[in-house]
Design a protein around this ligand. Structure first.
Ligand SMILES: NC(=O)c1ccc[n+]([C@@H]2O[C@H](COP(=O)([O-])OP(=O)(O)OC[C@H]3O[C@@H](n4cnc5c(N)ncnc54)[C@H](O)[C@@H]3O)[C@@H](O)[C@H]2O)c1
Length: 305
């Protein structure tokens, strides 16, 4: 894989992918396509490749590819703030951006690994299989669901692998602001000496995966036996009370949760990825449990700032 395009490459997950690719494959020609709507160039300090400052839903950027080789596209660009309710904008930017990426991949015979989301599932209170998708709670999840339905129409033309990320946390999520992970937001509060505020009674469980595992899985994904969409989580559900415990352990503090009523009726009270399909496709297994990811994140990144 010599010629690589990463869309959304200065974003949280995208920048972790770009910098890992650069370190693993110093000979590769890496280009980032990025319009900086929810990120900052500072996530890419140290990146030595090229950068196209375009919106990927605007086909203008595709001129760049004329006469160029492309082996693989990692498509991370998307509106990621789930509180954005403008349905036309969410659908246009996320779905048309993906369509452009798929069209270019076919032309270049490049593989595509793209970010889908556990938001395609909605509320399911048991380990979630890929076949459970199609009941998103918001327009963001719906845009990812439409992307997942678009992808198979390209399967016979090139390799396309979708990853339904569960809740990702880790270094370089700062520029997501209020859309950054709960783990990050709780850690910041606790580092400032405040009690962590969580919904009553902290027993809601989510599958929180560390970004280092997300990068590893993403870079393995093109080896999937066939084009497919697959879950990417730890396979375990961790409660918010357990997250507060892990944060206290990492920070050496003893903050008790400050519980408050959950105002959201559509809140996902439980998510847990069934990882069996993914494991069959690539053999990927997480290296970090959620607790271990929190310890690494806090001790080696947040406390070192
Ligand atoms: N972080 C998570 O927990 C999570 C969970 C499920 C899915 N995802 C998906 O993973 C991908 C990466 O998410 P992230 O958490 O790194 O978010 P992020 O907001 O940090 O990254 C998205 C990046 O894409 C860029 N972007 C957005 N729309 C664009 C467009 N039309 N053209 C060019 N650039 C554009 C943004 O500026 C940003 O840099 C997204 O597709 C997201 O939907 C993330």
């Amino acid at each position: 894989m010599k010629d690589i395009l990463v869309t959304g490459g200065s974003g949280f997950i995208g920048s972790n992918i770009v910098l890992e690719l650069q370190s693993r494959f110093p000979e590769a020609r890496i280009t980032v396509l990025e319009d900086f709507r929810s990120s900052c160039f500072k996530n890419l300090l140290g990146f030595k490749g090229d950068l196209l400052a375009y919106d990927c839903s605007d086909r203008a950027w595709m001129n760049w590819a004329k006469g160029k080789k492309l082996d693989i596209i990692y498509h991370m660009a998307a509106i990621t703030d789930t509180t954005i309710l403008d349905e036309q904008k969410m659908m246009f930017d996320n779905v048309e951006g993906f369509r452009n990426v798929l069209d270019l991949a076919v032309e270049k015979k490049a593989a595509v690994v793209y970010a889908s989301s556990a938001a395609t599932y909605g509320s399911i209170d048991r380990p979630i299989k890929e076949s459970d998708a199609g009941h998103p709670n918001n327009i963001y999840g719906y845009s990812k669901w439409i992307m997942d339905q678009l992808a198979p129409s390209y399967y016979d033309k090139t390799k396309v692998v979708g990853l339904r990320f569960f809740n990702v946390f880790g270094p370089r999520e700062y520029y997501k602001g209020h859309a950054a992970s709960m783990i990050y937001q709780l850690a910041l509060k606790m580092m400032e000496g405040h009690r962590p505020r969580i919904f009553k009674w902290g027993e809601q469980k989510r599958d929180h995966i560390y970004v280092k595992d997300v990068v590893t899985a993403t870079l393995m994904a093109h080896k999937a036996k066939v084009s497919t969409v697959m879950n990417l989580g730890t396979g375990q559900a961790t409660s918010f009370n357990e997250i507060v415990d892990a944060l206290n352990e990492a920070l050496g503090t003893n903050h008790k949760p400050d519980y408050f009523d959950n105002p959201y009726s559509f809140y996902q009270n439980f998510t847990q990825a069934d990882m069996s399909h993914h494991e069959k496709m690539t053999g990927f297994r997480c290296r970090y449990t959620t607790r271990e990811g929190i310890l690494d994140y806090v001790r080696n990144y947040l406390l070192k700032k």
